[in-house]
Design a protein around this ligand. Structure first.
Ligand code: NAD
Length: 321
């Protein structure tokens, strides 16, 4: 299977390393920046081209879009129109309008997958299985928080709000875990080092009455040993689930099962030969869907729903002054 990874920045490099470890995958990298292209060819040994030409597009089975958010739309539409399978990094696009343009181009359902990585974290998959089985009883309250270093906010230089960059992970997670829709949103935020929102605290009422809190910021001091501080808390009337995303443990305590479980919780790992973690599970699931024609595990409609949630929170932030 031949796959083009388009955009060899931070995520493109990670996908390329992960995909190159999968059997029967041949990669070509597409990168506009010549020095990055040269480094990719040298460090990863992958053929590297300056543009996704029609000829190249016609020669691949799948495209992985790891461009900046606002560039997802055109490349994803081109690839879908060429009949190619596409894995696009989160968020599906920078706006719901662009998501709708992409979905309109997916004339064959199941060709498009969105890289909502957290769905491939074993702790969160286990939590989803337990929630689906009713292990926590009726869920009353969910709190999700995710913070990054100030260096991330400064790197993105106002291109995207913290809700669009970090919150989109948590909003997809919330909707996937609960299977609910968002009924109403209120939010407060702060602009600290950019003209976008750098701190956002959103309260969401879900259709089943669950009250959810999603908090995001990128204010961790750049000298902190942590680049990520994140966690999930789910409170039901028969159980509590706590996932501290900075440890490798899912602490899940219920009336019948007062135990903690330890699982592989890396987002991405690479030793000399093996790529692991959630990114490996995600990319392997995409390759399997392309190979067998089976349904992709995270659809374009899922991606649109998360972007819609981001826009609703950003509207609430703007309305809050
Ligand atoms: N899943 C996650 O946990 C996660 C984490 C970080 C970023 N992301 C997402 O991944 C995507 C990429 O983010 P990043 O941090 O890797 O960005 P980046 O800025 O590091 O990389 C983007 C790359 O695209 C290249 N590029 C720009 N225009 C191009 C073009 N027309 N053709 C070819 N190459 C082009 C740039 O030169 C750069 O190398 C974003 O959508 C971001 O939101 C996901």
């Amino acid at each position: 299977m031949k796959i083009a990874v388009v955009g060899m920045g931070m995520m493109g490099q990670l996908h390329a390393r992960t995909l190159s470890g999968l059997p029967e995958v041949e990669l070509v990298a597409v990168e506009v920046d010549e020095s990055t292209r040269t480094a990719t060819q040298r460090d990863l040994g992958i053929e590297s081209r300056p543009a996704l030409t029609d000829d190249l597009l016609g020669s691949v089975d799948a495209v992985v879009v790891t461009l900046p958010d606002h560039l997802h739309v055109d490349t994803t539409i081109r690839a879908l129109q060429a009949g190619t399978h596409v894995l696009v990094e989160k968020p599906l696009a920078a706006s719901v309008t662009d998501c709708d343009r992409i979905l309109a181009a997916e004339t064959t359902p199941g060709r498009l997958m969105v890289g909502h990585l957290l769905r491939f974290d074993e702790r969160l998959r286990e939590l989803k299985r337990r929630l689906d089985a009713g292990a926590l009883g009726t869920v009353r309250h969910i709190r999700i928080h995710r913070a990054n270093s100030a260096a991330t906010g400064e790197r993105l230089a106002g291109r995207v709000s913290v809700v669009g960059f970090l919150g989109v992970h948590d909003l997809d997670l919330l909707l996937w875990l609960t299977g609910q829709q968002i009924e109403s949103v209120s939010a407060r935020g702060r602009r600290v080092h950019s003209n976008t929102w750098d701190v956002a605290s959103a309260t969401l009422d879900l259709t089943d009455g669950t009250l959810a809190q999603v908090d995001n910021h990128w204010l961790l001091h750049r000298a902190s040993a942590r680049s990520l501080l994140a966690g999930v808390e789910v409170y039901g009337d028969r159980g509590t689930a706590l996932v501290d995303l900075s440890t490798s443990e899912l602490e899940l305590i219920t009336d019948t099962d007062p135990r903690s479980v330890r699982v592989d919780s890396h987002n991405w790992t690479h030793d000399s030969t093996v790529s692991g973690g959630a990114l490996h599970r995600q990319d392997a699931a995409f390759v399997e869907a392309v190979r067998t024609g089976s349904p992709v595990p995270v659809t374009g409609h899922d991606g649109r729903r998360a972007v819609d949630a981001v826009e609703r929170i950003e509207a609430a932030l703007a309305a809050s002054g």
